[in-house]
Design a protein around this ligand. Structure first.
Ligand SMILES: [Zn+2]
Length: 143
């Protein structure tokens, strides 16, 4: 299994750093975010070290999503204030990834909690600009 000795999530997986674990299985460990955006903020982390989602095996990434779905249901059924849930995956520091080990946030939400992804958007693109950008993405997409 791939690990990085300097990675705090790998250290949590190895039991070398503490975490408040909510669920774990052979492929993932899910624990409380120590700097939560709201009470109940969880992280679903693959046991293997992968900085970016590009190298996370598809079966593991799919499994992470299913775990997040299950945890979202648990949050809604729990006393934790959960009127909605955001699943959030930051892939790369420019996207807000703070720990370089891929992870999926499960964030309980409620009206008026103040959480925002972005306050300002770029100008609305024209249809032609959308088509050009889509073409660039299609061209770059690989199997
Ligand atoms: Zn790691």
């Amino acid at each position: 299994m791939d690990t990085d000795p300097n990675c705090i999530f790998c250290k949590i997986v190895a039991g070398e750093l503490p975490a408040t674990v909510v669920a774990e299985d052979e492929a993932t460990i899910s624990f409380m975010d120590i700097n939560p955006l709201n009470e109940g903020h969880l992280l679903v982390v693959p046991r293997e070290h992968h900085e970016f989602i590009a190298t996370v095996p598809g079966t593991v990434l799919s499994h992470m999503t299913l775990i997040a779905q299950w945890l979202a249901a648990a949050l809604r059924a729990s006393p934790v204030r959960t009127e909605g849930v955001n699943l959030y995956l930051a892939d790369g520091s420019a996207a807000g990834q703070e720990v370089p080990h891929a992870h999926l946030h499960v964030i309980p939400r409620f009206n008026g909690d103040g959480f925002r992804i972005r306050a300002k958007r770029p100008p609305t693109p024209t249809r032609q600009q959308l088509e050009e950008t889509a073409s660039q993405i299609r061209t770059a997409a690989t199997d």
